[in-house]
Design a protein around this ligand. Structure first.
Ligand SMILES: Cc1cc2nc3c(=O)[nH]c(=O)nc-3n(C[C@H](O)[C@H](O)[C@H](O)COP(=O)(O)OP(=O)(O)OC[C@H]3O[C@@H](n4cnc5c(N)ncnc54)[C@H](O)[C@@H]3O)c2cc1C
Length: 520
């Protein structure tokens, strides 16, 4: 993935693209992989960095969704469980099994959750991740040594998937490019063009690095702008009614010692009737999430005080040692692109199914869904887009398409495991320039070679791209990320041939952004 090469491809005079995709999150990038692997000519434009929106801010679960089972949405659960299995098959370097324990403090919980989680497992069929099991009190404490013992009766363990969302997104973007797609970050779509009949015929965009305007004609434009998709729809139809009911969710990140035995906690009923997770992730513990309806989705959402208090309070009910604001290493927030429903009372009741909507202008919008189901959503979307654009029908090969970096034993690469097969190439960089083996910070196992790799091969353009999405430093430990930033800026400036003024600007911008990930 090389940005200059992508820009060049855009300027080559051509027939219209078969498909132009607006938005470089899981939905858009999934569509680019699907369309390109079928042999369609596809261009994807992202206004910021790939994954800057919701797709780097999830709870990091590849799951069927126990909660949706409770809501009776069996078809969504079954589809997601199948996709969970395919994702582990196609990206084993990024998706792994994780044991989730539901601690039981009431007599009825073991039989109730025991049966429910058996059903969950049965619905996975041949894509199952492991049998759920009822645990004794001792077995529960073996898996969760830090939870409250007072009143503890036992627990139920079940298995689901866990992943690194932004890393998967970057690997999917590379997969799309390898399949022939053209992807550009820092290129917001600013307008939609129309033909003489008033149908959308392409997009206008701006290359934020050069300020240059870009025009791309398309047989079909696909709006995959997630929580921002109504703004894109209004470029074609200013009065379009909202499709999205945005809702934000926060996560607090703590030290890994909260879950020392490697199992996660699943709290099936919080005081607001939702589920909450505490999961081990990259040597830390991620706790979340909330579901707070908001008016408008910001690109850099911020946590509300009451959300922080709610997560701390809920986690505190289960943990022996109280956790406080001072223990929080980072807070990150994502906005769900939920599809509106006239009668839903709150956003947590809204369906997580995806919707494909075609406006009178011919603009195709895909919204909703989950990270876990991105592949299936893309297949559905490309089928419909091809029909709308009268393109020849082509079979979708993504069920068995390996994601870039595919490696069955990536754990042997230690801290470089998330790069899968690319870890070997990063090790080559270190062999060529041994100083790049240096860690960027003692708190996180991230080395300088990763910055060079991100700039050369993963289209990282800013300090934030490196610290938030190519590595996950900002999400794991915001203070450490701020301290890492100057060296990252130096390495990036060297790779991207930028000057001292650029470095100063980058550092100031990153420091300001990172303040939002600190809890005072
Ligand atoms: C708190 C939270 C926790 C979640 N946890 C999970 C989980 O554990 N597992 C799971 O499966 N799912 C989870 N989800 C759901 C999942 O993260 C989302 O469904 C998914 O990431 C949405 O991806 P998207 O591509 O549709 O949206 P986004 O990732 O937001 O992508 C849309 C992109 O469009 C770009 N864009 C907008 N306007 C323009 C424009 N004019 N030009 C160019 N680009 C534009 C944006 O910059 C953005 O990058 C969670 C969601 C939230 C909020």
């Amino acid at each position: 993935m090389n940005r200059a090469e992508m820009v060049e491809r855009l300027h080559v005079e051509r027939e219209p693209w078969d498909m132009v995709v607006v938005g470089g999150g899981a939905t858009g990038v999934g569509i680019a992989v699907d369309a390109a692997s079928r042999g369609y000519e596809v261009l994807l434009l992202e206004q910021s960095d790939f994954g800057k929106g919701t797709s780097s801010r999830s709870t990091k679960l590849v799951h069927g969704g126990v909660r949706y089972l409770e809501q009776g949405n069996i078809s969504l659960v079954m589809e997601a469980l199948k996709e969970r299995g395919l994702l582990r098959q196609n990206a084993p370097h990024l998706v792994s099994d994780l044991g989730f324990v539901v601690p039981n403090y009431e007599w009825w919980e073991a039989p109730f959750y025991g049966v429910g989680l058996k059903v969950y497992n049965l619905l996975a069929g041949r894509y199952g991740f492991g049998e759920s099991q009822i645990l004794t009190k001792e077995e529960t404490l073996d898996r969760l040594p830090t939870i409250k013992t007072e009143g503890l009766r036992g627990g139920v363990v079940y298995f689901d998937g866990q992943f690194d969302d932004a890393r998967l997104l970057v690997n999917l973007a590379t997969t799309a490019v390898e399949q022939g797609a053209t992807l550009l970050n820092y290129a917001p779509v600013t307008a939609l063009t129309k033909d003489a009949d008033g149908f959308v015929s392409g997009v206008l965009a701006r290359d934020l690095e050069t300020g240059r305007e870009l025009e791309a004609r398309a047989r079909v434009v696909i709006n995959a702008a997630g929580p921002f998709c109504d703004a894109v729809r209004r470029m074609a139809e200013p009065d379009a009614a909202s499709l999205i009911a945005p809702s934000q969710g926060i996560h607090l990140v703590f030290d890994g010692c909260l879950l020392p035995a490697g199992s996660a906690i699943m709290v099936p009923h919080t005081s607001d009737g939702r589920v909450m997770f505490a999961i081990p992730w990259h040597g830390h513990t991620v706790v979340g999430t909330t579901d707070t309806p908001i008016e408008v989705a910001p690109l850099e959402p911020r946590p509300l005080e009451e959300e922080i208090e709610f997560v701390l309070e809920t986690a505190g009910r289960y943990l022996r040692k109280p956790i406080t604001r001072a223990d929080v290493k980072s807070v990150f927030v994502g906005v769900r692109p939920l599809v509106r429903s006239g009668d839903a009372k709150n956003t947590s009741a809204l369906s997580r199914d995806h919707t494909i909507h075609i406006d009178a202008s011919g603009l195709l919008t895909i919204a909703g869904g989950k990270w876990t189901t991105y592949r299936n959503m893309a297949e559905d979307c490309v089928n419909q887009a091809a029909m709308l654009a009268r393109l020849p029908e082509k079979e979708c090969p993504t069920r068995n398409l390996n994601v870039h970096g595919f490696h069955r034993q990536a754990s042997k690469f230690g801290p470089l495991a998330v790069y899968g097969s690319d870890a070997l190439l990063i090790q080559d960089l270190v062999r060529a320039e041994p100083v790049l083996e240096r860690r960027l910070h003692e708190a996180l196992p991230i080395c300088e070679a990763e910055v060079v790799w991100a700039a050369r091969f993963e289209m990282a353009r800013t300090v934030e791209d490196v610290l938030a999405r190519r590595t996950r430093a900002l999400f794991l430990d915001a203070r450490a990320a701020i301290e890492m930033a100057p060296r990252v800026a130096e390495l990036l400036a060297r790779e991207l041939r930028r000057d001292a003024v650029w470095m100063d600007r980058e550092l100031a911008a990153f420091r300001e952004l990172a303040q939002g990930y600190l809890v005072a």
